[in-house]
Write a protein that binds this ligand. Structure first.
Ligand SMILES: [Zn+2]
Length: 293
């Protein structure tokens, strides 16, 4: 066994109480640094990068290696989403009191950049363990490679997670589908869900370039906020809007990371990325709900 796998299995071991078997829903434990096993013998192996796959069949998505690599590059090295990550960390430190053991779940973590950034920002006031799940094995593999020393990652469905009731202090959902029922099952009393949803101007320059100006586009953030608000005892909403100037190589990364351009012609994509630089707008609503009803 590699020392990396051993180290990551130890991290998993320290948090094993949050897991429950997705098949029979009983408690699980790490066995010989190799797998998570429940009392009925259902076994989920720890991969050599240290993540666990809880799905019994792989789900085909268009979220491939290139897309997650582009995201990693844009989020980590170009700090495209740093203001959002910082805001989320500030919100958590304001609402949740500092504690020794805080568990943060990123439901739909993709390549793991947001979870890792938020957890790093929370320390040292919080001694936090980040756990990220995503249905895309490719995303989880990259997350584990890049951030697996300090966070746990697993391939799992956000609507049917392998976690015990009341396991998390904070659940994040950043531009990702979520499941209210599952979130409220997983949250501890007083726990907070932080959901980032795109607003109308999110990546508006990309939309305008490829699809023309479409001001009548529905603002889905409004209906998302209304639905979200009704689920919690306490609710807040914070808008974050900023512009980043992306240079030519960054524009190429942006095209790779967003599903917006999946149906666009190669010719129009070439025109988009051949510019020296462009301003790109990030317009996000951060919905904050504490204590699900
Ligand atoms: Zn089981």
């Amino acid at each position: 066994m590699t020392s990396m796998k051993r180290k990551r299995a130890e991290l998993l071991n320290a948090c094993q109480s949050v897991f429950r078997c997705p098949l029979c829903r009983t408690a699980m434990a790490v066995s010989q640094y190799q797998s998570l096993i429940c009392g009925h013998g259902h076994t989920f192996d720890i991969s050599k990068q240290g993540y666990v796959n809880f799905l019994n069949k792989s789900v085909k998505t268009r979220y491939d290696r290139q897309l997650f690599e582009a995201r990693h590059e844009l989020f980590e090295r170009r700090e495209f989403f740093s203001p959002v990550q910082k805001e989320i960390a500030v919100i958590i430190s304001r609402i949740q009191s500092p504690r020794k053991q805080a568990a943060v779940l990123d439901a739909g973590c993709g390549e793991g950049s947001h979870l890792d950034a938020v957890c790093r920002l929370l320390q040292p006031a919080f001694s936090v363990t980040g756990i990220g799940i995503d249905i895309s094995k490719e995303g989880v593999l990259q997350a584990a490679k890049a951030f697996g020393d300090h966070n746990i990652f697993a391939v799992a469905d956000v609507a049917d997670t392998p976690f015990a009731d009341s396991s998390f202090d904070v659940i994040l959902s950043v531009l990702s589908p979520w499941n209210y029922k599952e979130c409220s099952r997983l949250l501890r009393k007083g726990g907070t869900v932080i959901k980032a949803v795109p607003r109308r101007d999110y990546l508006k320059e990309v939309r305008e370039f490829f699809f023309g100006d479409s001001p009548e586009r529905n603002d889905t953030a409004e209906s998302a906020a209304v639905r979200f608000q009704t689920g919690f005892q306490a609710f807040e909403r914070k808008r974050l809007c900023y512009t980043k100037t992306l240079s030519q190589p960054d524009l190429e990364l942006l095209v790779k990371m967003t599903p917006l351009t999946w149906k666009c012609s190669d010719e129009s994509i070439q025109r988009f990325i051949s510019r020296k630089a462009a301003d790109i707008t990030i317009d996000i609503d951060i919905l904050i709900g504490t204590d699900p009803l």
